[in-house]
Ligand binder design. Sequence first.
Ligand SMILES: Nc1ncnc2c1ncn2[C@@H]1O[C@H](COP(=O)(O)OP(=O)(O)OP(=O)(O)O)[C@@H](O)[C@H]1O
Ligand code: SF4
Ligand SMILES: [Mg+2]
Length: 405
Amino acid sequence: MTVTSGTSRADDRSATSELLVVDDLRTHFHIAAGAVKAVDGVSFTLKRGKTLGVVGESGSGKTVLSRSIMGLNIASNARSTGSVRYEGQELIGRTPKQMRQFWGAEMSMVFQDPMTSLNPVVKVGRQLTEHVRHHFNIGKAEARTAAIELLRSVRIPEPEKRFDNYPHEMSGGMRQRVCIAIALACSPKLLFADEPTTALDVTVQHQILNLLAQQQSERHMTMILVTHDLGVVATRADEIAVMYAGKIVEKAPTATLFSEMRHPYTQSLLWSIPKTNQPKHTRLSAIAGRPPDLINPPPGCSFAPRCPYAQASCIEEEPQLRTDGDTDHQFACHIPVGTPANSEAFERNMAAGLPQTLTAAGKMAAREDVVPDYAAIGAETNVDERAVAEGMSTTLRDHGNTGGG
Ligand SMILES: Nc1ncnc2c1ncn2[C@@H]1O[C@H](COP(=O)(O)OP(=O)(O)OP(=O)(O)O)[C@@H](O)[C@H]1O
Ligand code: SF4
Ligand SMILES: [Mg+2]
């Protein structure tokens, strides 16, 4: 049985380097007011063993994208078109029954809120054994052993005792570990982690992300890490795709994205992450304006109403993903950040008193050190995994946050 062993997957890695190829994926929800274009023409390729970070504000389509790839958008008003090829096999158009062969052993998902994905009135041990028995033809005793092994692998202390806990008897971090154990039970090749740490405090967030990274490495998994926080993926993703209004507006290897970001929306996301030296409890700065209506998006660039650099051309024509020579770095913007045209557009909009330029000017002045500052976060994070295993609280050095795992 392969309940906890991921090493058998190692051989699979050499088969081809591409695990997932997504091409022009669209998922629209048809409601009385029209079609909600939640995912609207997304394309990317994901190589085996790599992590793609998918980042965007609430409502940008991150969850619908993940669920569309997994074939989990089963609402009767949902329609997915385009192509999702997993190990060369087309997934779009398959029924949930046909997708079942992929769920668990091929791909799996860790959801945002462990309380909604765990059954509150069933002990965690039983939830794990039911899952394991559903996928493997094994008896109760063997399933119990496998479940305890899984709890141990996600570093839950005293797993034999924790087996008999109800979810409410565990901390938020522990519950998320149980969800990760369930997701890993069948050693999936592709793991979706959809905002797996949003409900957790900063210290526990780092512990869970470290656990995911460790499990990914041990099991040779490929991962799609979804978050609204660019900071979460800064040190954990090989590549980052920034989503806005159902589309990827910028995609690049992580280091490139931080050093040479081109899209004004990516820049706004960067401005909204907390600085390591800012006082505790400082409010995160939100991006000015509201995300667009996904039924009737604005003409041209959908970020134009919020963009400090927008010009007439932005409204006349929708920018398509393009490159500046580096084929790994794509962005959809007519007046990219870092170009003379971008600076001129900003000056023009400042002179015209466009409100978003004032906000941007303040952020530029206050946050000019944000890139090196943020890049240092990975190095500064000092979570003691042994302490986590012992169930103790840990400290994130220099950040002053504490929390139980
Ligand atoms: N069943 C549905 N019917 C209609 N609209 C839907 C449905 N499911 C999702 N949507 C819409 O699709 C859009 C994208 O939703 P999605 O959940 O993917 O956003 P998200 O980026 O994951 O946001 P969050 O960060 O809040 O999780 C939203 O506008 C949402 O309201
Ligand atoms: S195309 Fe224009 S409006 Fe859109 S992000 Fe680029 S500069 Fe801003
Ligand atoms: Mg979501």
